[in-house]
Every structure is written in C-alpha cells, then in structure tokens.
Design a protein around this ligand. Structure first.
Ligand code: B3K
Ligand code: ZN
Length: 874
C-alpha cells in the first residue's frame, strides 16, 4: 500500500485539475453499518495528466466506465484513493462503494448523530463517502437520491430543490434532490432522520418566496423560534447592506447534537451543532442567543461568500472565512451594540490570535504549508482574516468597500478563486494600489507599533514618531513592514475633542469620526499642527489594525479618555490599559495592588456614567488571567498572574461596594425580556452581584442563592452558579447540585454545569475535573461535552498549569484516547500544549514530556502529528 501519511502540501504547488466533473448523480441506500453509495460522474479532461480520485475508508464494490465494468487490473487502489490509467477525454464513471456510518466516530463524512444520518464534508470529508476529485476547484451539478426506511427516517434531505419522491419495497421511501448551482464536494450534505420542523418563509427583495425549514430533535420545536428570526434577519440584512439575495427556493437548517464544530454552510442545507440553533429563555443565556444569531448569520452569508464564490484551494480558506466573519460581525453590530460586539472581537484577537502568532503553529491568514487541513480552521484564518477585511473597509470606507464587493461578485460568481482575486477586485473598483497591503496575506505574526509623541509649544506642533516591527514567527523570520491603517483621535486635558491637521495632507478624516493615518514604512513621522497644548491621544482607535501598540500613556491621560472619549470602545480600552498597568506593576514589584483615590473616583464615575450598562460592565471588568498571560511573551508567571488578578478584583469590589449595591438594585429586573436593553441590564446586574459577593461574601451569599433560585432565565441562573463556584462560596455545593439535578436531561445546559467547574480559577480544579470525567453524563463521544469540560479546563491558566503536572496528564490522556476516535477534537485539545516554551522550566519539562509521550502513540493522527512535531522542533 502506498501511503502519503503526514505529508505536507504547499500552496506554491497548486496545479489546476487535469479533469473536471460536470455532473454527479449520487444514490444512497442508507444503512447503519452498510450504506451503499452509487456515484455516477460525467468527467471531462482539461489538460494532460493522470486521473486520480480521492477516497478514504471506502469499500469498493464496483466500477464502470462508460457502462463497461472494470476489473482490478484496470485500476490501482491506494491508501488515499484510486488511480485509473488511459481514460478517454470525456467519460461517464460509475463507482459503487460501501461505508459504515455507525462506526464513524470522527464525525467526518457520513455519520450518525443519535438516530439521524448526517454529513460533514469540509474540508476533505467527501472522500469518505465516495471516490471523487475532492478539491474545492472542481465544481459539479449534484443530483442526489436517498433511499431509506420511511418509519425511522421520514425526512430525507440534500442540497438544492426536491425534484422527486416515491415509495419503495419493505417500508422504504426515496427522495431526489437537485442542486442547480455547480459546487465543490465540500458543500455536499445529506440528512436522514425524524424531526420536528419549524417552518416559515422569507420574501426576497425581488419578490420571491423562500421556504425556510429548521429541523430539530422531536420536542424542541419551540426552541427553534429564535433561530428562525435570526435567519430572516440575516436574509434581509444581506439584501440591504450587501445587495445579495438568496438563490434557491428553499433554505434548510438541521440541528444535530454530535458535531465537531459550530455549523456548516452546505448549499441550501446547513447542518448545525444544536447549541447554535436551540435557544429559549430557560435554557439559553444572553450570550447563547447572540451566538445563535451570529452563527446563523455566518452560515447564511456563506451562500455568497463561500458557496457562489468559493476557494480555489484550501490555502485560500480565509477568502471565504475572513470575509464571512467580517460580514457576521457587521450583521451583529448593525442589529445590536456595535461597541460591545467590537470589544468582544478585539478580545478574541488579543488573547487567542496573538497567542497563536506566538506559537509554533503560527501561520499567515493564507498559510503556505499544511499537513492536516482541519488544523487550519484557526483564529488566525478566521478572526485575523476578518480584521484584514476590516482594514480594507477602513481604508476604502463603506461605499468603496461595497463597490469592491460588487466587482468581486460580478467577476467571480460561479468560480473558485483566490485571496488575490479578492484584493484585486477591491483595488480595481477603487483605483487603489494594494501591493503593500497584500503582505497581510503572506506574513505571519503580530506587528508591534511603537509611538512617541513630542509637543513643541513654540510651534504648536506635535511630532508623532511611529515605528513598526513584526517579531519572527515559527518558520518565518524575515519580516517586512505592512500597510497599517491607524485610526486616532485627540482630546485636551478637559476631554474636549481636538481638531487635527497636518501640513502634508497625510491625515484624513475617517467616516467613523476618527482620523486616519496610513503606516507603510518601518519608520514614519507625522507632524500635527495648530495645537495649543500637548494632546491626549487615543491611538489605534477601534483596534483599527491587528497589532500591538507600544505607547506609554500616564494614568492622567488614560483617565481623560476613560471619562470623555467619544467612542465607547476607547473608554473600555482606557480602562483596560489602566488595569493592565496596575497588574503588571504588581507582578513586577511583587507588591499588593492599591487603588489610588483618584482611580477609585474615576471608577465610581464610570459605574454611574450615562452610558450603555453593558459597556459599563465590560469596562468594570479587568482582564482575565488568560488575557493577562498574553502580555508575557517570554515567560508566563502563572501564580503571580492569578494572584494579581484576584487582588485587583478584590480591590475594585471593596472600593466600589456601595456602587455595586446600587447597580444591583437598579439593574436587577423581575420581568424577562430579550432586548438589547434587558441584556445589557442583566450583564451589569450579574457583574455587580459578583463584586458584592467578593466584597462581602457573608453578607451577599444569601442574596446570591435567592438570585439563583428566583431566576426566570438561564443568564441569571448561570451567572449565580458561576459566582458561587468561582468565588468558592459556602453555597457552591448547594447550587451545583440544584443546577445539576434540574438540568440533567438537557445536554446543552449540562454543558454549562461542566464548564463552570472546569473554569474555576483554583489549582484544585484539576481534581474536580478528574472527578467529573467519571460523571455518568460525561462522555468522550460528544464533542460539546469534551469541549465544555476538557477544552474549558485546558484554557484554565491556574488549573491546567498545576505545578505538579496533573492537569497536563489529564488532558494528555484524553488526547491519547481521542487520537483514534476523533482526531479533530483531539487536536483542538492539544493547542495549549503548543505554548509550552512560554512557561517556567519545570512546567516546560512536564508539558514537553506529555508531547513526547503523545508523539509515541501508535497510529498518531496527522492532526496531532502536525502540531506535536512543530511544537517539538528545536
Ligand atoms: N466552514 C465550516 C467549517 C468547517 C470546518 C471543517 N473542519 C464552518 C464555517 O466556518 O462556517
Ligand atoms: Zn465560515
């Protein structure tokens, strides 16, 4: 047998396919353990070259070429596919294979989720269903017939429109679907099962009526209402903001409990992890509702950015993901609070993406080398990818950006294209030169922008000296300057906004209200004129580029911004900078944190300020230990970080106790409503209760229990539970068992119960997690459960990094088990180990030992091998 196991692929090796598939007719005879797949492909040669189909874990039953059966002498079976020599230039190939969905624990290809059949084909899962040219630049028209037992599988679904159906023998029935839009195999989907269906419609801008069907487990119909509204909102928003209308007559979403990731944008038939569909007041938190809205939007928006225009090869993944994340972020911001959404997105980049840049798996948003594609559905490709699109938006403005989008769609509808094609469309539509901007696609790492400002009172000028430098990343040491849009504003000492100008014309007013400077060189200076005092700058406003900012601002200036900045995100940034300074000083000096009267007064004003309560809650929350760790690229002082974070919160709690009491009373609501205002109020109310319990546990524990028992929604109930557990209050056990009892049969809620305990910021959490692994509801077969207990724990700075290494062992053992059953999930759990060089020598040794132990596993999956090898590279 030939094997290509663990072989790297390079972007530079791309070759157009020698053959294309014009049409494909699939027939599925569904059976738990022996599903038969008959695949008839009309194939056309494009260029000279071998004919080789991808296929994995398939049992070949027969092959026919233009109607004649082939014998084993006519083809060659390899570990990864099927080679046919001497094929004609145009032919019909029929292949029958047998697959075993019930044993498919990797949840890739065709598998069973509880009682239903479902598929996951991105990136390379279709090859586990049949032999095929499983690459995104082969676009075919699919017709799919599904045959199955009618009683057990009354719903048989696939992409496109339903074109035929009938009854068969022995209680079987069949349905045929036809998708008129040519698509790559990764967008293929099939579902068979018994569901409740929530039905509605949407009338498009051109007047067509689209059927919308959401399929959920029986009994969950009510919990699909919110997702339906989110879908309708998405469809309307994409018409209004991007001018993009839906194309098929029906849009279906199926919610399944067993799913490796969030959801999948299969053409006309999205398959979702049930956590991003099911939501109601009793079982979903406000954050869950917002996540449902965002993921529903994301998958819907892929219909144009991903499906109609797809990727030429998987190195271009950010073409569809970066752009679609940008679109879903804008959707959430247009419908909800723009500032709150932006803050959440900034936090993801700063904590997770910057971490990835500092890890051995660092890669540009368009990677150059991949071993296992599933390892590249990363925060870099997705979220940094979205920041790169956002920078284009900042540079072009909404109008210019939309002009570029229209050009992109006009030129590339129906094609499989590259990131380069996208940038070129933006350039051409706007008559701009983005040669330098393109570097964001090829260069990995987090640029550092250092700024000095000097005021000259004699001339009334400020000289801003800027330097940019990107530290070396794994496998890419040679770095160059990138094109950075830097948004900024300035205030006087009283917090009045200042009008800025330059002599050179290099400063423009941006549509956001901030000013825009474009950095393109390693070093640049800008002279701002006409100022009567040294301004208080707000730099990198709205996080206008995914960079670190090195600009020292005294507390006095940060307090001006905290109190007066026009942009809410800037006020939050000012608060975070203040907290960071305090935390870092405490860690360096090894001294306790002491809040000055001036700072306390500022925080009290913030607590009472006439701004969105959700924003106040965010600004009154210092960085988490995990976020603070990101600021220690060389060595993360685990214990000191945890101590400093605890102290700072304790100090805030004590100093503002009365304010939190007032906030709790003002913002606690008895009636439940799911509106932006109510969500914001709940966040401030729950934060206040947390601080009160921290300031005076004896006095407020009772209140907390009441808050928990009296809660009429999951947000309040979960927040109370988390406060009890994270503050280790005496009522902790009482609330844990009440919650566990009440929700034992609701998997999505029980996941929260596991996660709250796994994130508890104590060393002892490792014992707790170890015990929970034996809980009767714990299982390694369900990815949601694994993520809630174990992925959550692996991100718990204090628990996972327990000095005796038990946290590492615990997760290492699980990875070893999942290696053979579900490598994608195993690989996700491995991510924290890739950071091993950032810890003290004792922890380094323990983490490294775990990586080496895993490396020895027999049949190590490519997903793990790639990460482990890059981590251990000297
Ligand atoms: N495109 C899918 C992700 C597929 C992941 C494959 N391992 C979901 C999304 O980004 O919309
Ligand atoms: Zn996506």
């Amino acid at each position: 047998m030939l094997t290509t196991e663990h072989q790297a692929k390079y972007r530079s090796d791309y070759r157009a396919p020698a053959f294309t598939i014009e049409t494909v007719e699939l027939t599925f005879h569904l059976h738990e353990k022996q599903t038969r797949v008959i695949n008839s492909m009309r194939i056309q040669r494009q260029t000279p070259g071998a004919f080789e189909l991808d296929g994995e874990q398939l049992k070949l039953v027969r092959i026919e070429l233009d109607g004649s059966p082939l014998t084993p002498d006519d083809y060659q079976l390899t570990a990864t596919g099927l080679i046919l020599d001497g094929v004609p230039d145009s032919f019909l190939l029929t292949i029958e294979t047998e697959i075993d969905p019930a044993s498919n624990t990797a949840l890739e290809g065709l598998y069973k989720s509880d009682g239903a059949f479902c598929t996951q084909c991105e990136a390379e899962g279709f090859r586990r269903i049949t032999y095929y040219l499983d690459r995104p630049d082969v676009l075919a028209v699919f017709t799919t017939t599904i045959i199955a037992d009618k009683a057990r599988y009354p719903y048989l679904l696939s992409n496109g429109n339903r074109v035929g159906q009938g009854e068969g023998e022995n209680g079987q029935h069949w349905i045929t679907w036809h998708d008129p839009f040519p698509k790559p195999a990764y967008l293929f989907a099939l579902v068979a099962g018994d569901f409740d269906v929530h039905k509605d419609t949407f009338k498009t801008v051109s007047g067509r009526t689209i059927d919308l069907h959401i399929f959920v487990d029986r009994g969950n119909l009510e919990r699909a209402r919110y997702a339906m509204t989110a879908l309708q909102n998405s469809m309307r928003w994409d018409e209004q903001r991007f001018g993009l209308e839906y194309d098929l007559d029906i849009y279906m979403i199926v919610a399944v409990d067993f799913f490796n990731m969030g959801a999948m944008e299969n053409k006309g038939l999205n398959i979702f992890n049930s956590r991003y569909v099911l939501a109601d007041q009793q079982t979903a938190t406000d954050q869950d509702f917002l996540a449902v809205e965002s993921v529903i939007g994301h998958e819907y928006f892929h219909n144009w950015t991903g499906n109609r225009i797809t990727c030429r090869d998987w190195f271009q993944l950010s073409l569809k993901e970066g752009l679609t994340v940008f679109r879903d972020q804008e959707f959430s911001s247009d419908l909800g609070s723009r500032a709150v959404n932006r803050i959440q997105d900034i936090r993801i980049i700063r904590s997770h993406q910057f971490n990835e840049d500092a890890s051995p798996m660092a890669h540009p948003i368009r990677p150059d080398k991949v071993i296992e594609m599933n390892n590249f559905y990363t925060v870099t490709v997705y979220n940094k990818g979205a920041e790169v699109i956002r920078m284009l938006h900042t540079l072009l403005g909404e109008e210019g950006f939309q002009r570029g989008m229209r050009r992109y769609v006009e030129c590339h509808d129906g094609q499989a294209v590259t990131c380069e094609d996208f940038v070129a469309a933006m350039e051409q539509a706007n008559n701009r030169d983005f040669s330098l901007f393109r570097r964001w696609y090829s260069q990995a790492g987090t640029p550092m922008v250092s700024v000095r400002s000097e005021f000259n009172s004699a001339t009334g000028q400020v000289t801003l000296s800027l330097q940019q430098q990107t530290p070396a990343t794994a496998g890419q040491t040679d770095k160059h300057p990138v094109h950075i849009p830097l948004l900024l504003s300035a205030y006087d000492k009283e917090g009045q906004p200042l009008t800025l100008q330059t002599d050179s014309g290099s400063l423009t007013r941006h549509e956001s209200g901030s000013y825009l400077l474009e950095l393109t060189d390693a070093e640049q200076t800008f002279v701002l004129t006409g100022l009567s005092e040294a301004p208080v700058f707000s730099l990198l406003e709205n996080f206008s580029a995914p960079v670190r900012l090195n600009y020292h601002q005294p507390l006095s200036e940060l307090l001006v911004l905290l109190a007066h900045a026009e942009a809410e995100v800037t006020r939050w940034e000012a608060a975070q900078s203040i907290y960071l300074q305090l935390l870092k000083e405490a860690i360096t000096s090894n001294q306790d944190i002491c809040l000055t009267d001036e700072l306390i007064a500022a925080l009290k004003r913030l607590a009472r300020a006439d701004i969105d309560p959700a924003l106040r809650a965010l600004a009154l929350s210092p960085p988490t230990a995990e976020e603070l760790a990101e600021h220690y690229p060389a060595e993360i002082p685990v214990t000191a970080i945890a101590a400093a974070c605890r102290q700072l919160k304790q100090a805030i709690a004590t100093a503002l106790q009365h304010d939190f009491k007032a906030l709790y009373e003002n913002y606690c609501q008895s009636d439940y409503e799911l509106s932006g205002t109510a969500i914001a109020a709940r966040s401030l109310c729950n934060l206040s209760l947390y601080y009160l319990c921290l300031a005076a546990p004896d006095q407020y524990s009772k209140q907390l229990v009441q808050h928990f028992r009296g809660a009429n929604n999951m947000t309040d109930q979960q927040a109370a539970l988390q406060t009890a557990v994270h503050l280790n209050l005496p009522c902790k056990q009482e609330l844990l068992s009440a919650f566990g009892q009440q929700w034992q049969d609701e998997p999505l809620v029980l996941d929260k119960w596991f996660a709250v305990q796994a994130s508890s910021p104590y060393e002892a959490s490792v014992e707790q997690v170890s015990e929970l692994q034996g809980h009767r509801r714990f299982t390694l077969t369900n990815p949601n459960r694994v993520y809630s207990l174990l992925a959550t724990f692996s991100r718990n700075l204090v628990g996972f990094h327990h000095p005796d290494g038990t946290g590492y062992k615990l997760i290492g053992n699980v990875i070893a088990q999942l290696n053979s059953t579900n490598p994608q999930v195993a690989s996700r759990l491995l991510t924290p180990f890739t950071q091993w060089r950032r810890f003290d020598s004792s922890r380094q040794k323990l983490m490294r030992h775990e990586l080496e132990r895993l490396q020895q596993l027999p049949d190590l999956a490519a997903d793990l091998a790639e990460k482990i090898e890059s981590s251990l590279e000297p």
